[in-house]
Design a protein around this ligand. Structure first.
Ligand code: ASP
Length: 483
């Protein structure tokens, strides 16, 4: 038992006039009475004395209760009134910001009692299976590692926003209920109640809307856009992702790449990331395949892998079209002629290949203005200069075997916009989840998302997808048939 502590104080109602002090500020309040609020991070019972570490968003502090707090459970939310005191010399912990002080508890109140936890929170969580972590994600997110990642993500997003605002970009939202846009994946469909039998598609990307914003004269657009693609699930990927979606008018390929490179470097540095190169290398697609066997390569040395360096590079001069993969339903649907686009059907071919594109000759050799940004072996972004002349877009769809009627039905609205004064334009989408994953030194995208999906496609915490009632189906004009 510590004899430096005053004994005999009992719990009582807390004075409501006290304002909250944050844990990080307690170091400046030695000798003062404060009110702290937070979670019980840990608890040690030593007979009559109970030690708890109280945690709030700014840190942890040791609180000492003499003859009280024995009833407090781990992860309960409490408020504590007490005296900030220097710790006895021999009990100072140099490793903690509050390691030289402690709170002598005068009174406390349990605001929400935590029952037995379904998850332990004293490890980094990687020892626990995905299913319980995501089912109880609100708890899982309390661990320090997850707190750090989501705060890093927020800081990084802010740095991106601030950079783009400074460069005159306008942040604009685009619809979530929309028409299919071609990003090469299956669409998620949403039935219309007012027009039974008809469906909206959730956006695979804001591609067409951001181009239409160029027609609308904004010249510089961005959005932290949610994109939803019905792709085969992988261990580290769900159906939703967030991209930093950017579009600019009156630009060529080099100008977009330079602008984006400046953005990425600035935002990475603002969150303390380490870059391999001030100037990102630009690699030809053919050369990448020859040299690395793939177009998402890792330029880091072993040492750089250890110290968390980010090695960015651009890949350019991709083929515009490829032969349809018959196993891929979306490709089969888009590539009626046996050819489909490699990246983005709205791209402009390289200028030296434009002639071939308009003549529809030697399809396999036509290259696109597409540029991909790779980092540490991952694709972290991709974009292109767009076709802004109707003939070019029409020809892309002709190459894929679309009839005039099919082209009109599919992209007629874009062609119309391209006939009323659309400037030359280009853009990119950067994968926000992936960039944060690399910055945080994590290996799964799910670690960067507050509520990611499970590997089986179930939502975190809440059980979706879910059956719906007969009434609801009837309203939508939908019948479930099982065979
Ligand atoms: N829409 C493309 C994508 O989501 C990116 C772009 O070309 O801007 O991958």
């Amino acid at each position: 038992i510590r004899d430096d502590l005053v004994t005999g104080v009992q719990t009582c109602a807390l004075p409501i006039y006290m304002t909250r002090t944050l844990v990080a500020d307690t170091t400046k309040k030695i000798g003062e009475s404060v009110l702290l609020q937070g979670w019980v991070d840990s608890k040690r019972d030593h007979g009559k004395v109970t030690f708890i570490d109280l945690r709030d968003r700014t840190g942890k502090i040791q609180c000492v209760g003499v003859g009280m707090m024995g009833e407090v459970t781990i992860e309960s939310v409490v408020q504590i009134e007490g005296l900030v005191k220097e710790r006895p010399e021999n009990l100072v912990n140099d490793k903690e910001p509050t390691g030289a002080i402690e709170l002598e508890v005068k009174a406390y109140e349990i605001l929400n009692k935590a029952e037995e936890l379904p998850l332990t929170l004293d490890t980094d969580g990687k020892d626990i299976g995905e299913e319980p972590r995501l089912r109880h994600r609100y708890l899982d997110l309390r661990r320090g590692r997850m707190q750090d990642i989501l705060r890093l993500r927020s800081k990084f997003s802010r740095a991106i926003r601030e950079h783009l605002y400074d460069k005159d970009f306008v942040e604009i939202e685009t619809p979530m209920l929309t028409k299919s846009t071609k990003e090469g994946a299956r669409d998620f469909l949403v039935p219309s109640r007012f027009q039974p039998g008809k469906f909206y598609a959730l956006p695979q990307s804001p591609q067409q809307y951001k181009q239409l914003l160029m027609t609308a004269g904004f010249e510089r657009y961005f959005q932290l856009a949610r994109c939803i693609r019905d792709e085969d699930l992988r261990a580290d990927r769900g159906f939703e992702h967030t991209q930093v979606d950017i579009e600019m008018s009156f630009v060529n390929r080099d100008q977009v790449m330079a602008r984006v490179e400046e953005l990425v470097k600035d935002a990475v540095k603002k969150v303390g990331g380490k870059l391999q190169n001030e100037k990102f290398p630009v690699v030809d697609y053919d050369e990448a395949i020859k040299k690395y066997g793939e177009d998402r390569f890792d330029l880091r040395t072993e040492q750089e892998k250890q110290d968390g360096t980010l090695a960015f590079a651009w890949v350019v001069n991709f083929p515009f079209f490829k032969k349809v993969d018959k196993a891929d339903a979306a490709e089969v649907r888009d590539g009626k002629s046996g050819w489909t686009f490699t990246h983005n059907p709205f791209s402009m071919p390289l200028e030296e290949d434009l002639e071939k594109h308009l003549e529809m000759e030697d399809i396999g050799s036509i290259r696109t203005t597409q540029y991909d940004l790779v980092c540490n072996g991952y694709e972290v972004g991709g974009g292109s200069v767009r076709a802004h002349q109707p003939e070019v877009l029409i020809n892309t769809f002709k190459v894929m075997g679309y009839s005039d009627e099919e082209i009109e039905a599919s992209v007629g609205h874009m062609l119309q916009a391209f006939r009323v004064g659309t400037p030359p334009h280009g853009g990119i989408a950067l994968g926000l989840d992936r960039l944060v994953m690399l910055l945080a030194g994590e290996e799964s995208l799910k670690e960067t998302i507050a509520f990611p999906m499970t590997s089986t496609g179930r939502t975190a915490v809440m059980d979706a997808p879910e059956m719906v009632g007969e009434e609801q189906l009837k309203e939508l004009g939908i019948k479930i048939v099982s065979d």
